[in-house]
Design a protein around this ligand. Structure first.
Ligand SMILES: [Zn+2]
Length: 259
């Protein structure tokens, strides 16, 4: 998925779009003549990389490049683009806008976002979607808090209903010690769950009056948390289904051969 302005500008760059340049008092202004391109992007509905058509919806963006400082300023904002998956036709709006401190990219999908898988429970889907939406507009601490809630719902769905998240993880740990854990937890390093809980708690608490600790939460961390969740959801909700479907197909053929 595209979740940074630089990532999206790379897509535009790869399209080899027409560029028009002019100078205003030693500052080079580059206008991109971008109309449309096809690129390989992550589609949240398909859950994988797909060929997507990227269109320009509003005017072309202008980039002001100062040749001395090499700073780049995106002018004439906001600019809106649209990416459409060629397989499932789901649409993603990409808005370049002036945020409170810098130019940012907001990514808005028409489907559940982030790493949700088709058979994840709706409560987990809800919180991962919330995490993704917060992340796509740069609200990283809010996003981390939502991943924490998604983890709590996931454990609740798996029968760990008592207490808050810390207690749920502790109960799972006790079951692992007694070799009484659910199948999906057999090879699970519980350190992943504990880390998500700790960072999630830190995203909401006063942390001894130190707001600077929030700087530990950035888009790279959230990308990693998303990957960990994707693996977890696949292991719990998708892999067992794939496995039993494959087994049924095999058994059917084996039966046909034995007749
Ligand atoms: Zn798709």
């Amino acid at each position: 998925m595209i979740d940074s302005l630089s990532g999206f500008l790379d897509v535009i760059e790869r399209s080899n779009c027409f560029k028009k340049e002019r100078f205003e008092s030693n500052i080079k202004i580059t206008t991109l003549g971008f109309e449309e391109c096809i690129d390989e992007l992550f589609c949240p509905k398909c859950g994988d990389i797909r060929r997507c058509v990227v269109n320009r919806v509003t005017h072309n963006p202008e980039f002001e490049i100062n040749e001395f400082t090499e700073s780049i300023v995106v002018k004439s904002l906001p600019c809106l683009f649209k990416a459409t998956c060629l397989q499932c036709e789901s649409e993603t709006l990409l808005l370049i806008y002036k945020g409170p401190e810098e130019v940012e990219l907001a990514v808005l999908h028409d489907t559940y976002n982030g790493c949700v898988t088709p058979n994840s429970p709706k409560e987990v889907k809800y919180y991962i979607d919330q995490a993704y939406r917060a992340r796509s507009v740069g609200a990283v601490s809010a996003s981390m808090a939502m991943y924490r809630s998604a983890l709590e719902w996931l454990l609740y769905d798996q029968g760990f209903e008592k207490g808050m998240l810390g207690n749920k993880i502790k109960t799972l740990e006790e079951k692992i010690e007694k070799n009484n854990e659910p199948k999906w937890a057999v090879e699970l390093d519980i350190g992943f769950l504990k880390a998500i809980k700790e960072i999630g708690n830190g995203s909401m608490h006063t942390n001894g009056g130190d707001i600077e600790k929030q700087n530990n939460i950035d888009k790279n961390l959230l990308e990693l948390v998303d990957i960990v969740f994707a693996e977890l959801l696949d292991k719990i909700y998708e892999q067992p289904l794939r496995s039993s479907n494959n087994l049924s197909k095999l058994k059917e053929k084996a039966l046909a051969m034995s007749k």
